[in-house]
Design a protein. Structure first.
Length: 240
């Protein structure tokens, strides 16, 4: 079975369409939250995820979009976009977002947006934070997003090693325990503007990262039409 794992799509349906078009023998799709926020097409992204039967978890932007107090912690630009998003999403989208849990567990994977110990807010940005989270994960591995940067933390014999994946990078799930971050579909922040995701292959027991170019100008034009903040439009060009 091949599972595509997408995170931080952020209402960017142009990037999501390019990612879906790039799928190679994908049997199912998981998402790690922040489906909406920042981008111009929240209802369109939710429609697509429903159409492909994606299951996943709720991110901080998803919680804020349905009225959550998470918005109080947003910076001014994120807050402006979130107020727009709250007005834009329809009842069906609101209901779909409200039903997302903050954590899912399969036989050997924990799925969260932020981190296993704080699924909504914690950013896993260091070996130390990863080590603290390995200590409380009840499954072998975990999938997390939120930082918009693809990375793997691999733990073996008590040592945690960070691996920064390029396009096509593969890590074996039998190397040790792993915390795997697919990066962001809709607003990458690792210096590459290309959409990022990963594929888990339960047959070969591997995880492979993928980067996909998409029509950034098209989503930027939609953002301008929507009146979304200029800095959110500009950052898509540079992936930062
Ligand atoms: Zn995000």
């Amino acid at each position: 079975m091949r599972l595509a794992v997408l995170s931080d799509i952020h209402a960017n349906s142009v990037a999501l369409d390019a990612v879906i078009a790039s799928f190679d023998r994908v049997d199912a799709v998981w998402h790690l939250g922040d489906v909406v926020g920042y981008g111009p097409d929240p209802n369109g992204v939710i429609d697509r995820l429903q159409a492909i039967g994606a299951s996943g978890v709720q991110g901080n932007h998803d919680a804020a979009a349905i009225g959550g107090a998470e918005i109080d912690w947003f910076n001014p630009v994120a807050r402006t976009a979130m107020i727009w998003t709250r007005d834009e999403i329809d009842d069906a989208s609101r209901a779909w977002l409200a039903e997302l849990p903050v954590r899912r567990e399969t036989a050997d994977m924990t799925l969260v947006h932020g981190s296993p110990r704080d699924p909504t807010w914690e950013y896993v940005t260091s070996v130390e934070i990863a080590r603290d989270n390995f200590a409380i994960i009840e499954t072998t591995h975990a999938l997390h997003g939120h930082t918009h940067r693809p990375i793997a933390y691999v733990e073996r014999d008590g040592a945690v090693r960070p691996l920064t994946p390029d396009d096509g990078f593969t890590v074996s799930l039998d190397t040790g325990r792993a915390m795997l971050n697919p990066g962001s579909v809709g607003q990458p922040r690792d210096g590459s503007p290309e959409a990022s995701y990963l594929v888990l292959d339960t047959g070969t027991r591997t995880c492979t990262w993928h980067r996909v170019p998409y029509d950034i100008g098209r989503v930027q034009a939609a953002m301008r039409t929507a009146g979304l903040p200029r800095s959110l439009v500009d950052r898509l060009t540079v992936g930062a």
